[in-house]
Design a protein around this ligand. Sequence first.
Ligand code: FE2
Length: 288
Amino acid sequence: MHELFSEERSADVVAASFAGTPDPRLRQVVTSLVRHLHAFVKDVELTEEEWAAAIDFLTRTGHTSDAVRQEFVLLSDVLGVSMLVETINHRSGGTGTESTVLGPFHQVESPERQLGDDIALDGKGAPCLVSGRVTGPDGEPLAGATVDVWQANADGFYDVQQPDVQPPGNLRGLFTADDDGRFWFRSVVPRWYPIPDDGPVGQLLAATGRHPNRPAHLHVIAAAPGYRPVTTHVFVADSPYLDSDAVFGVKESLVRDVPEVDDAERAAALGLPNPFRTLTVDVTLLRA
Ligand SMILES: [Fe+2]
């Protein structure tokens, strides 16, 4: 006969119920989950009211999620779990561009664009030339690398958050690097923004005295055949909240100055007003 449930032995008893799981990885994950969950409940001696509140919180988190809003990703983000999973799975050893969280706003495919295109379809914000080069670990240019970018607009919202305000695909683009691994496009300087805080995750932040803000950043996914893709951001050096990102995404190596350039000829050639800002995004990919 199997051992019956007791407070002292609860984790062992429940873990044993999963001992027959055929997939060894699933068995490992579910067993560890049970052990940590039971240790947590015992640590705080969870009350029945708190248990009910937790069930209600998770239920509302699910109900708040849809095709363009992912409240569970947000929850994972503010608990630092997204960043931890990302970090564990992309230990680069300091030789490739560091990764950071995907975030909840890459829910739509970025529209394919040509080098030099302007992705700021709403025309708001400080004009900015974004340019860079995708290379391998020895500096070899990765011709034809794809560079997928997305960012918030000058008001701090992504297009999917404001379908009635922003044109679809605003501040998103999928670019293909040239033969020298270079890419460039026109945009605006990204702005810091609050993560959506009108749902359960926002209530959690408010109840714990945390602000919901993320420092200004541009999201980037760079990929090339034969190399490991990287999902990352570049952060604007003079942005507020660099040291208190609500989702813990900042890494020092990803912070960039966005200097102003005053060069009427270059501005005209690029189709930008003068002066304009410049953001350089060089990316190093590791071999697969
Ligand atoms: Fe973002």
